[in-house]
Design a protein around this ligand. Structure first.
Ligand code: B12
Ligand code: SF4
Length: 537
């Protein structure tokens, strides 16, 4: 059987805001997961329109399309096209689950919810010539899921080819999140077994990993066993987690020992009234600044996520949030306009209040105000959102943020990461168009490892207060990669818990106290940062 799997590009791919770098990050893991269920005799082709031109002159028997809200119209056009050519077309994913009737008009079969239980059932029915019109997921488990077909992923087209998910969903229930709608009718948070997760990690080449799990720390037991199992695998990795997971004692240290170097953190809002309104209780009364300090003390960079337009937000929210994020040395920030995805509690509430003004799914991209905000106009919200991005990523802000770290290497890493990400887009563009995205991965690894001062997760935490003089000699990078090869070992859940490593002193405690620290403060690099900062503000 000839199977074609498509991740259509979102419509904005043709707009001036199109950022190839953002969409060349991660391969289509969902489709590669489903491909794992196909047989040896099936000819499978995964095409991701974000990074390649679709070949539409083929004649597959089965066309599988993953539909996100912002790519829904494009997905429907492709589905109609292939149905006209006689292929059997199936649609699934988040948007199909939110609006099944809309999607069903363009498909022979639609899938509601995650695919691990329904997709193999469909394949059996399809091969027998008796597929149903709709499959609704009810059994939620990742046990026995076949290995993701990474051989079908065109790795060289992605900056982060080693993305991985070892869980589904999240234990929390924020109103604006896709999660409750997508997992309705079954468990909304579950994980792989630790052994299966470690085996998948072990299969991935290179050092860098990006966990796309909504909340990798969502099950502390699973996370602790995973991190312990990863110790010594020589990985450098990034992931997402919540404030309370960061503040919880112990788990973060284990993650860092296993190689965590950057965390996406959902701060979302600085206003407790907004947190209450959105049922984001896990952030309520949490010490945001303490969480930042904790991450930075352990050498973990932060990508802070902030949402604008909740009901307690007025026109002052943008400046306040940006200033706060810069002052606290958050390395990168992702701003969003609150977006009511169909099926979410937020959508229900705004629809009941007759506040949803736009139903064009292309604009549900978190860059447009598709509803009437409570304390400002939609225009003000969009302008404020754009201003927040501009202000956060101004050179002056980047330098200011970088100098908020009590540690020069961390400051330079901040500068390199934020500027590299946002200030050289034309260069990224060139590299991506030359289909060389993966070439940049070593640079990302260097930055994540604080230029070699914090190597991959070896189980040994690097001393926190590093100075330029303390930095390893150039050849120690080789030493650490040699060790990397040596220490790679078979994963096992039986690994005993990590010996408790004393936590590094908090930045507050160490500031101005240790001699080593004073050396950091006085390094030439520190002075360079100060000069750049004074010139650029
Ligand atoms: C990685 C990621 C991206 C990446 C790449 C996406 C990719 N290559 O797949 C990038 C950075 C490009 C991206 C961009 C955006 N993203 Co995004 N992204 C994610 C993230 C973090 C992980 C996706 C993933 O790999 N999941 C793991 C795999 C295994 O799951 P899956 O893809 O969902 O596939 C499973 C099921 O959905 C189902 N399934 C899917 N398709 C099909 C088809 C069939 C036939 C069947 C049977 C089953 C099936 O089976 C699969 C296995 O269970 C999710 C959050 C999340 N946890 O899902 C957000 C998420 C999908 N993104 C979101 C958004 C809003 C966006 C943006 C609009 C953001 C923006 N401001 O630009 C853009 C637009 C994307 C687009 N193309 O339209 C929202 C989606 C909301 C919605 N209702 O559609 C999410 C849920 C984040 C959130 N919490 O709000 N994103
Ligand atoms: S914590 Fe994040 S992933 Fe979990 S429900 Fe809230 S927004 Fe969604």
């Amino acid at each position: 059987m000839k199977v074609k799997m498509i991740l259509p590009a979102l419509t904005e791919a043709t707009s001036p805001f199109w950022r190839p770098i953002k969409y060349s990050l991660f391969p289509p893991l969902g489709l590669a997961t489903l491909a794992g269920y196909l047989g040896d005799g099936d000819a499978v082709d995964i095409q991701d329109e974000h990074v390649e031109r679709l070949d539409l002159n083929d004649a597959p028997d089965l066309v599988v399309i993953q539909v996100y809200i912002t790519s829904a119209y494009r997905a429907y056009r492709l589905a109609d096209y292939y149905r006209r050519r006689g292929a059997y077309v199936v649609l699934g994913g988040l948007h199909v689950t939110s609006l099944p009737e809309e999607a069903a008009r363009h498909a022979d079969t639609t899938f509601i919810g995650p695919g691990e239980d329904t997709w193999p059932r469909f394949l059996t029915d399809f091969r027998r010539g008796r597929p149903d019109r709709v499959y609704r997921s009810a059994i939620r488990t990742l046990e026995g899921v076949p290995p993701t077909r990474r051989d079908l992923i065109k790795r060289h087209l992605y900056l982060v080819p080693n993305s991985i998910v070892v869980s589904r969903g999240c234990p929390h229930v924020c109103d604006f999140c896709y999660k409750e709608a997508f997992f309705e009718g079954g468990r909304s948070f579950y994980t792989q077994t630790v052994d299966a997760a470690l085996a998948e990690i072990d299969r991935l080449p290179g050092r860098h990993l990006y966990f796309l799990d909504d909340h990798l720390f969502g099950s502390p037991r699973f996370a602790a066993a995973l991190f312990d199992g990863m110790r010594g695998m020589g990985r450098l990795w990034q992931a997402a987690g919540t404030i309370n997971a960061v503040l919880a004692p112990g788990l973060l240290e284990r993650a860092v020992d296993a190689g965590l170097r950057s965390l996406f953190v959902g701060f979302e809002t600085l206003n407790p009234a907004n947190l209450l309104e959105q049922r984001k209780y896990q952030n309520l009364r949490r010490d945001y600044a303490g969480a930042i300090r904790r991450l930075h003390d352990l050498g973990v960079m932060i990508n802070g996520s902030f949402v604008f337009g909740m009901d307690a937000d007025d026109g002052s929210v943008f400046e306040r949030t940006v200033e706060w994020a810069i002052d606290h040395g958050i390395e990168t920030a992702t701003f969003h306009i609150l977006t009511p995805y169909p099926g979410t509690a937020l959508y229900g509430r705004l629809a009941a209040q007759d506040r949803i003004t736009i139903h064009d799914w292309d604009r549900y991209d978190t860059r447009h105000a598709v509803f009437r905000p409570a304390r400002m106009s939609a225009d003000e919200l969009e302008h404020g959102y754009r201003r927040a991005y501009r202000d956060f990523y101004k050179w002056g802000s980047i330098v200011h943020g970088a100098s908020a770290h009590g540690n020069v290497v961390a400051g330079v890493r901040h500068l390199a990461y934020a500027a590299g990400w946002k200030k050289f887009e034309p260069l990224w563009d060139l590299i991506i168009r030359a289909r060389r995205a993966t070439m940049m991965l070593p640079m990302l690894e260097i930055v994540l490892s604080e230029f070699g001062t914090r190597g991959p997760g070896s189980g040994e935490r690097a001393p926190r207060v590093a100075t330029v003089a303390d930095s390893p000699a150039p050849d120690s990078a080789h030493t650490s990669s040699a060790r990397l090869i040596q220490v790679r070992r078979k994963p096992s859940v039986a690994t005993p818990p990590a010996p408790s490593v004393p936590t590094a002193p908090s930045r507050r405690m160490s500031l101005g106290r240790s001699r080593a620290h004073r050396r950091v403060e006085e390094t030439p690099l520190r002075r360079v940062l100060e000069v750049v900062r004074s010139r650029s503000t």
